[in-house]
Design a protein around this ligand. Structure first.
Ligand SMILES: Cc1cc2nc3c(=O)[nH]c(=O)nc-3n(C[C@H](O)[C@H](O)[C@H](O)COP(=O)(O)O)c2cc1C
Length: 223
């Protein structure tokens, strides 16, 4: 092993989805550093299709309030269709991570109002002071989205390395028309996801669980 691998491995192991934050805003220079590091992600033809709209604390709070209200009365209309279904191992992993989240938040399995309230926290960006809305040109289709996925992973890892918590969120992208109008975004970009970030509230129970990963033998076939 190299020192670089040890460092990268420890950053990727330390990263987790953070769902409670301190109010403290993140200095602009630190955010720029994380974006610049993540921008080293590869992309097909080096198109670098990612674009970020990053909100400051006051704007995150304003948008969060408006989106939280909107989400309670409006159907979702994502630019990218939601997954058709989760079956087999994917269904089991989805169920398990949902249970981990509800257990951490002390929400009973059949307490629907509490589950709904927790789900709606997505639209408050879990109280994060910042949110990066990630979009990709429509014309690049699934490959633009693939490139942006790599960017998002690198961005979250870079934020971790700078002592910050983060979470990629598809849920806000479910209200793409609302976000497009709110920010006067052009029609020729797909709104893919948000990444909420800031200083983690490490004492919050919801931040206390870590999701497992499948064994290598479940994800690699050798020939
Ligand atoms: C593309 C993408 C979309 C996600 N959307 C949401 C979301 O809308 N709400 C949420 O609470 N978590 C969301 N997550 C976080 C996942 O639930 C989380 O990454 C997964 O359970 C693994 O846990 P970890 O990030 O703590 O390792 C998303 C993650 C990704 C990569």
């Amino acid at each position: 092993m190299t020192a670089e691998h040890t460092a990268l491995d420890s950053i990727l192991k330390a990263r987790h989805s953070c769902r409670a934050y301190l109010d403290t805003p993140v200095p602009r220079e630190l955010i720029k550093q994380a974006v610049a590091t993540a921008a080293r992600a590869p992309s097909w033809c080096n198109a670098q299709p990612w674009h970020l709209l990053i909100t400051e604390a006051s704007e995150t709070a304003r948008l969060g309030k408006a989106l939280h209200t909107h989400a309670q009365t409006s159907p979702m209309q994502p630019d990218l269709p939601w997954p058709e279904s989760y079956s087999g191992a994917y269904k089991a992993r989805r169920f398990d991570c949902g249970m981990q989240l509800y257990d951490a938040a002390s929400i009973e399995r059949d307490d629907k109002p509490a589950r709904t309230a927790q789900m709606l926290e997505n639209f408050n960006f879990f109280g994060a002071p910042h949110m990066a809305l990630v979009s990709s040109p429509h014309e690049l289709g699934a490959y633009g989205a693939l490139d942006c996925g790599g960017f998002v992973t690198a961005f979250c890892a870079a934020l971790t390395s700078l002592g910050l918590g983060s979470i990629p969120q598809a849920a806000p992208a479910g209200y793409a028309p609302f976000l497009r109008e709110y920010f006067a975004l052009p029609d020729d970009r797909l709104i893919l996801c948000a990444v909420s970030f800031g200083y983690s509230d490490t004492k919050a129970p919801i931040n206390s669980f870590r999701t497992p990963r499948a064994a290598l033998s479940d994800l690699v076939d050798w020939r």
